[in-house]
Design a protein. Structure first.
Length: 574
């Protein structure tokens, strides 16, 4: 028993603890430091850009990357995961702030962290893997489109007093304000995008966002260009980490109204973090612990919120950069957080000169990558149900609300799963192998014995179809045999459907026999009383015994001579 408990608890030991216990060589430590510094440089502009796009200050994005990034690396279930603010949260964060204020966002993030903790402790990480690819592609692409639309104003330098929250009014406001485009701002934005694309193509090992922003900032400073910067809009970045949030001003009565937003944050954080961990596994040949990863995500979101930060999750691009940079252990992720702290302490004044158009250019390229146009095109040629699900998730994200899109997407995922599973199960007639004179009633011209084989799981998704198929529209037989050797499992609804068919058959004086029922289903039937309804002596372990029983029943009622079971069925056939 102690060994069993220890093995269970061992699943929740963070990956970093295992590496610390095994020891780190000077070579691997140097690799982790180099990778951590590289990822820190990549995370620096992205953390600020995502925060600004979400309606928060750039410092908030940096604090989130530091606190959440440290916790995710220190307590997670992967070797390479890099955590922090991501594009997936931009729209949901801005929506929560608009509806409930920043205090509402803090509460929703803490609630989401608790949900992630519970999911991790219950081992529910694998459930998130069942959300279909069309659903995740739909709302991820929708998020990319929304992020792109929110950056048009800063990229072009448009004079818009208040950007509308909804997609179509936002596009209309930008279109009306196009004559106010500032050539200097547009030039800096284009310079950032073009330089990032060139770096990606020719020197991909160098962090493209950092190069783009550094180049635009340098030109702005050298030429004294008049354009909006982090310093002019936000007053710069503080050089100290924030104090913990005081809950005295928080409205705890908001908790009930924030439940949908909290679940949205938790589901998005879970999906993206586990997707990032899976990508890391594919690149490194490693294997992540989904339960530990969700627990770390929960702790990271709670920790981030306690210091006024944003929701956080595993970042796919930064995690991939970490692996390419030669990371060996979670120490690289911890170094990434320390690199950001050093930036705040040493280089915060320089951040004030970063043009907002440059950050907008970075986010536009990120949004394009998230939109995954090639995947949308590919899914349009997938089965119609997949294409429809993808389009619904995308359109709901863009035109309605991300929370609604996630909720509807999860429901659609469940319905799609049920539909596909029900299609795997079919009910068809089976030849008994008996001579025709044994099973045909010459007088009335109908079969006395009918065999149906059920192939696949009997669950609520196909229960009604089973009842419909078994409606006795023709002349009723004397005996029906259900061959269940290919039924791996039955839920309560499936058993209820079977009982409905049995009752209808008994009402018409038709005898029901079951063959090939596996022991697990037999136990469930015994607990629910199904064996009493059909008769315990009418449930057989194999088909040949059931056929022999039908012969005895028919012989008894018709006076035909007895015969032996068909040779093609042996006593071992289930």
């Amino acid at each position: 028993m102690d060994t069993y408990v220890c093995s269970k608890l061992n699943r929740f030991i963070p990956t970093s603890f295992k590496f610390i216990k095994s020891g780190c060589s000077p070579t691997t430590l140097r690799q982790d430091i180099a990778a951590g510094v590289t990822v820190g440089i990549v995370a620096l502009p992205l953390a600020m850009a995502f925060a600004i796009a979400s309606g928060a200050s750039p410092a908030t994005g940096l604090f989130t990357a530091i606190i959440a990034g440290f916790i995710i690396s220190a307590f997670g279930g992967t070797r390479f995961q890099i955590g922090g603010p991501t594009g997936a949260f931009v729209i949901i964060i801005s929506g929560i702030i608009a509806r409930h204020g920043y205090e509402g966002l803090i509460l929703a993030t803490i609630m989401a962290g608790i949900i992630l903790l519970v999911m991790g402790c219950l081992g529910l990480g694998k459930l998130l893997q069942y959300i279909p690819y069309p659903v995740t592609t739909g709302f991820t692409s929708g998020i990319g489109i929304l992020i792109f639309s929110t950056q048009i104003k800063d990229f072009l330098g448009l004079q818009i007093d208040q950007m509308p929250a909804d997609f179509l009014p936002r596009l209309k406001a930008c279109a009306v304000s196009l004559p106010s485009t500032d050539p200097t701002t547009l030039g800096l934005g284009m310079l950032t995008v073009v330089s990032m694309l060139l770096v990606r193509k020719f020197i991909p090992r160098i962090p493209a966002p950092f190069v783009g922003i550094a180049l635009a900032s340098l030109i702005t400073w050298l030429m004294g260009l008049q354009t909006e910067t982090i310093g002019s809009r936000f007053g710069g970045i503080p050089t100290i980490l924030p104090d913990a949030v005081s809950f005295s001003g928080l409205d705890l009565m908001q908790l009930k109204t924030l439940i949908p937003e909290a679940f949205t944050i938790a589901i998005l954080a879970g999906i993206e973090s586990l997707l990032s961990a899976t990508v890391a596994d594919g690149m490194s040949g490693d294997r992540h612990n989904s339960s530990n990863e969700l627990i770390a995500q929960g702790l990271a979101n709670i920790g981030s919120a306690l210091f006024g930060g944003l929701p956080a999750t595993g970042a796919i691009a930064r995690t991939a950069t970490n692996i390419r940079a030669g990371a060996h252990s979670p120490v690289a992720g911890i170094i990434h957080a320390l690199t950001l702290i050093m930036f705040i302490k040493v280089c915060a004044p320089l951040a004030s000169m970063i043009p907002l158009a440059s950050l907008a250019g970075v986010l536009m390229l990120v949004a394009w990558d998230m939109s995954e146009v090639h995947r949308i095109k590919r899914l349009l040629f997938a089965p119609k149900s997949d294409s429809l699900v993808m389009l619904i998730a995308l359109l709901l994200t863009v035109f309605v609300d991300l929370t609604v899109a996630v909720e509807v997407g999860v429901v659609m995922a469940a319905m799609l799963f049920m539909k596909r599973m029900s299609q795997l199960t079919d009910v068809h007639s089976l030849d008994t192998g008996l001579p025709e004179e044994e099973i045909i009633d010459r007088k009335n011209g109908h079969e006395k014995v009918v065999v149906y084989e059920i192939n696949g799981p009997m669950f609520f998704g196909m229960a009604q179809r089973f009842v419909d198929v078994m409606s006795f529209t023709r002349k009723k037989p004397e005996v029906i045999v259900f061959c269940m050797r290919l039924v791996p499992t039955m839920d309560a609804t499936g058993i209820e459907a079977l009982e409905t068919v049995i009752r209808r058959a008994h009402a018409q004086n038709v005898k029901i026999l079951l063959s090939g029922v596996n022991p697990r289903i037999r136990k469930t039937m015994a607990r629910l009383g199904t064996d009493k309804l059909v008769g315990a002596d009418n449930i057989f372990p194999d088909f040949s015994t059931a056929v022999a029983k039908t012969i005895l029943h028919v012989d008894k009622n018709s006076g035909l001579p007895r015969c032996t079971p068909p040779k093609q069925f042996t006593a071992t056939t289930a």
